[in-house]
Design a protein. Structure first.
Length: 174
């Protein structure tokens, strides 16, 4: 899936929630912002620069920010990634969905070029097909894996269930 396809699905799925919660589109990435108190709340999604792999798929990350400017990555901002803002049970739900994506990936054939660069590259690449065994902590930088539009839609459903609490947490300064 090209990044543009992923962004289009996420925008279609998440945009109505953001609009209903008083957010408007921000500049850069797929992002939304709203003014709250003396600062802006900015939420943005970024597809990995690693690109697309026909077997391992790709990933995206969700970042929440409080800043004086309505711009993703603004100077003098407080940022949190998704796992930072989720409670333990929600992080376990996140890990279960992540592992469902990973276990559903089609493994590459032994002739795949990436498996023949070096032993280190082979180990790195094969690790993309191994489920996450350990629970995520609030310090883990979790990127949401996908290989199909159904995976992206599943992440949208997960995000829609957790966006209200995450936004409340980042806006409360907790």
């Amino acid at each position: 899936m090209k990044a543009a396809e992923v962004y289009a699905l996420l925008k279609s799925d998440l945009g109505p929630w953001f609009r209903g919660a008083g957010f408007q589109r921000a500049e850069g990435f797929l992002s939304w912002c709203r003014s709250r108190g003396d600062a802006y709340t900015v939420v943005w999604l970024q597809v990995s620069r690693d690109g697309w792999d026909a077997y391992a798929g790709s990933k995206f990350v969700v970042t929440f920010q409080r800043s004086l400017e309505p711009v993703p990555g603004a100077m003098q901002s407080r940022n949190a990634r998704l796992a930072d803002l989720l409670q333990h049970d929600a992080r376990e739900e996140l890990r279960a969905l992540q592992n469902a994506v990973i276990t559903g990936l089609v493994h590459p054939p032994d002739s795949h070029p990436t498996l023949h660069v070096s032993e280190r590259v082979t180990q790195w690449y094969r690790k993309k097909f191994v489920p996450d065994a350990e629970p995520y902590s609030d310090r883990d930088d979790v990127w949401l894996r996908y290989a199909t539009p159904d995976h992206v839609r599943a992440w949208s459903r997960f995000l829609l269930a957790h966006l209200p609490a995450c936004v409340t947490t980042i806006e409360s300064g907790a």
